[in-house]
Design a protein around this ligand. Sequence first.
Ligand code: MN
Length: 234
Amino acid sequence: MNTRIAKHQSRFLRYPVTFGLCLLLLIMGGCSSEPKDGAVALEPLPYAEDALEPHISEKTMKLHYHNHYAGYIARTNALLKSCRIKDHDLAEVVKAAASSLKNQDLFTNAAQAWNHAFFWKCLTPKDSKPPQGRLKQMIDDSFGGLDPMKQMIAEAAKTIVGSGWVWIVQDGEKLVILPTANADTPIAYGRNPIFTIDVWEHAYYLDYQNKRAGYVSALLDNIVNWTYVGSQLE
Ligand code: MN
């Protein structure tokens, strides 16, 4: 009888202690110790590492994917363990981190992780078909055709001093070309990117050295997945 009472008492005591600890964790701003779904996931490359040759070499792709991209994912997950942001959907993490100055490191790494996963999907090794349907119409309406748009992307790439990305962003029934610096990304501002090109030096230096323009035009002329780009229109 006495042991049963003791058991009840200890159980009764255990719950407030657990509750108190949880509350303390919440107050301290810690992420839950067991993040749902584990962590932000490394997305597989949608093609083989040598599939974009000769425009992107296997050596560049291996370094870019396994060192840079995987590094951003690992750092994002490490930072998520000790922060207030509890969402494990990468785009939501980017948006939440963007709105807080305290989360600059998380923003940089999560945005870079998102940007890279998106960039992989914007490319294809299979003969890149020209834009079709609504995408083609919007390119014609916004830029006067595919070639003028490519030229604007190339110009935008030149304006980025140091690292960054060039985007095609949807603005209603129009498209705009947007260069961003470092890790910055249109999704942080609720905009809808449909295409991006990575112009950080690590994306092209081994293959093109300092010739960023050569890298940009090689990609635009040969390996853009316009079908995927069109599928990103809202
Ligand atoms: Mn990169």
